[in-house]
Ligand binder design. Structure first.
Ligand code: ATP
Length: 581
């Protein structure tokens, strides 16, 4: 519970949007309240109507008003429900779309600590999950709870008009359902959730270790033991989930008993208050039935509270990430006025990760404006480190790196205008094609979008989609192939229009023909940009102006592809090997 309040207190992701869209929020609560109010009122008037119609009717007009009211509430309930669903989803989608944009900006700003831990694509995936949970938190917990509490208070006050004592008793008994049960649920589920996470994390670690060392297990003839270990872990998880299910069952059972008790109280109250007159008895059925349609609203409070611990983690993660990003940005010392991004220069750069051997010693490299450079080297040689240094994610231990004569550290505020990155896992959001592209340029027109799509050879594909630019992409762009995803990411980069583009093995995992096609498109469309392309092999290397090999803490080989082919046996043999000839 304490954890939950701490997270909410320090939340600067979700909370500001509660304020920003407060009118819409009030409308959602009102519509939700009216849905259940109409449900209760429908049962109330129909209870009265049925009971009254069973008596000898002197005049049809005596039941006319309840007939009209029954119809009105009957129509009102689904109408309010529909309006409430539309409004609440609209609200949630609005804030989630702002979150997505903000996340994209954080990742694009290249926060060092984030890149150090996870890859961009993985992080987007993680965040997509978190955003989904936040979306659910509002739709499944916050809105239903507020509506449930409102009904609880307004219902008790309405009863208080007839009998303050009955109202007080109902208030106390229903309080068990709306306050005590949710708090107990939160406390228990908070603990269970922590235990579950522990077991899950143990399972992941164990499973990864087992898979990595699978061969050893088989050679040692201990496969049964391996399977047994996994089974035990899953059994523990299963036991915890069964406990959750039991708790849910008991909680729902208790909640229904409480509702039953309140219904009884209402019937007793109505009998005492109205039972003595012939007309008054009709109110007994009305009071007896009024409670049932609102039971859902009341019991969803504790259900929602049970899910809260899961959502709290997501909010915490988003806030943590934003804070890291902010503090890293604040650490940038002086900022330059406008980016003058041209030549990239590394002057006598030395670099080593903490407590590790040097990756670069006295590295000098100049990448002229508009030059296309391929960076090759064995795994672990330092290619990615070189990119991190150019991007300003890592700082040289000695020497300096400048872009257009300005130290990269000072350019960070304008980084998104100077450098864009096309990496191995471009991320496509679960929104339309158009919105995905506009992440590169927020106010791009449709003509601009079609223009870049044509450049990256996606125009025909998008033109054939059911809603063209407005066709939704599933989360992470699952409906598109690897090559198409890279082309979409490239289109985004074309819209972003930065003078420097970093290509971090963008074609890894593609088949050789698609790889060459994608590379050709990349180099054609980014012709006038400065390109720094890290690659593991030589497919497409003839497309660049310069090639360097990173080796032994520096550059071991450099030159144009033609020169290297003629002068370096090693390069020539690598090229032959790579092309399979
Ligand atoms: N954050 C880090 N902290 C400590 N060491 C690191 C870190 N990142 C990379 N290294 C180490 O620095 C060396 C160079 O890594 P780098 O990722 O730059 O190599 P690479 O040439 O890009 O390799 P690959 O082709 O396999 O991606 C490796 O030995 C790696 O283990």
């Amino acid at each position: 519970m304490h954890d939950f309040w701490e997270t909410i207190k320090h939340d600067h992701w979700v909370f500001p949007y509660l304020k920003k869209y407060k009118a819409l929020l009030a409308l959602i609560i009102f519509l939700g309240f009216m849905t259940f109010f109409c449900g209760g009122a429908l049962m109330f008037t129909s209870g009265y109507l049925i009971s009254r119609s069973a008596q000898k009717p002197e005049n049809i007009l005596l039941v006319y008003a309840p007939i009209v009211l029954t119809r009105a509430f009957g129509i009102g309930r689904p109408s309010f429900r529909y309006a409430e669903r539309l409004t609440s989803h609209n609200w949630v989608l609005r804030i989630v779309s702002v979150f997505r944009k903000r996340l994209y900006e954080i990742v694009e700003s290249g926060t060092k600590s984030i890149y150090a831990r996870v890859q961009t694509g993985e992080m987007f995936n993680l965040m997509a999950n978190d955003l989904f949970k936040i979306e659910n938190m509002y739709l499944r917990v916050i809105f239903p709870s507020i509506i449930g509490w409102l009904l609880y208070i307004v219902g008790s006050i309405a009863l208080g008009v007839f009998s303050p004592i009955a109202a007080l008793i109902v208030l106390l008994v229903l309080g068990l359902n709306t306050i005590v049960l949710p708090l107990i649920t939160l406390a228990i589920m908070g603990q269970r959730d922590a235990q579950q996470k522990q077991v899950e994390s143990h399972i992941y670690t164990d499973l990864t270790d087992s898979v990595m060392g699978l061969q050893d297990w088989i050679l040692a003839g201990r496969t049964d033991e391996l399977v047994q270990r996994q089974e035990n872990d899953f059994k523990r998880l299963g036991t915890l989930q069964t406990k959750d299910d039991h708790f849910d069952w008991w909680r729902n059972f208790t909640s229904e008993i409480i509702i039953g008790v309140v219904a009884l109280i209402l019937i007793i109250f109505a009998t005492i208050t109205f039972g003595h007159s012939q007309l008054g008895v009709n109110w007994i059925a009305a009071f007896g039935l009024v409670l049932f349609p609102i039971t859902d609203a009341l019991s969803s409070i504790s259900q929602g509270f049970g899910e809260l611990p899961r959502y709290t983690d997501s909010i915490k993660r988003l806030n943590d990430m934003d804070q890291q990003s902010q503090s890293e940005q604040n650490q940038q010392l002086s900022q330059v006025e406008a980016p003058i991004a041209n030549e990239i220069k590394l002057n006598a750069v030395n670099f080593a990760y903490a407590n590790s051997e040097a990756i670069f010693k006295d590295l000098n490299l100049t990448i002229a404006a508009g030059e296309h450079l391929a960076v090759l080297g064995q795994s672990g040689a330092g290619k990615s480190t070189l990119l991190k240094l150019i991007l300003g994610d890592e700082t040289p231990t000695n020497g300096n790196i400048t872009i257009g004569g300005v130290n990269v550290g000072q350019l960070q505020e304008h980084r998104a205008e100077i450098v864009s990155v096309l990496d191995q896992q471009p991320y496509l959001f679960d929104t339309t094609v158009s919105n995905n592209l506009k992440l590169g340029k927020l106010h791009a027109t449709d003509t601009e979008l079609w223009d870049v799509l044509e450049k990256v050879n996606l125009k025909n594909l998008v033109a054939q989609l059911p809603e063209k630019l407005d066709t939704p992409m599933t989360e992470a762009g699952k409906r598109f192939s690897g090559g198409e995803k890279q082309r979409f990411a490239l289109a985004r980069i074309l819209l972003q229009d930065t003078p420097i583009v970093i290509l971090d093995e963008p074609t890894v995992g593609l088949d050789p023909i698609t790889e060459l096609n994608v590379l050709q498109t990349i180099f054609e469309t980014l012709q006038d940009k400065t390109l720094v392309w890290v690659t593991h092999h030589l497919t497409g290397v003839e497309l660049v102006d310069q090639v360097i090999f990173i080796e032994d803490q520096g550059i071991s080989l450099a030159g144009t592809p033609e020169d290297l082919l003629n002068q370096s046996e090693r390069f020539a043999s690598l090229l032959v090997m790579d092309h399979g000839i």
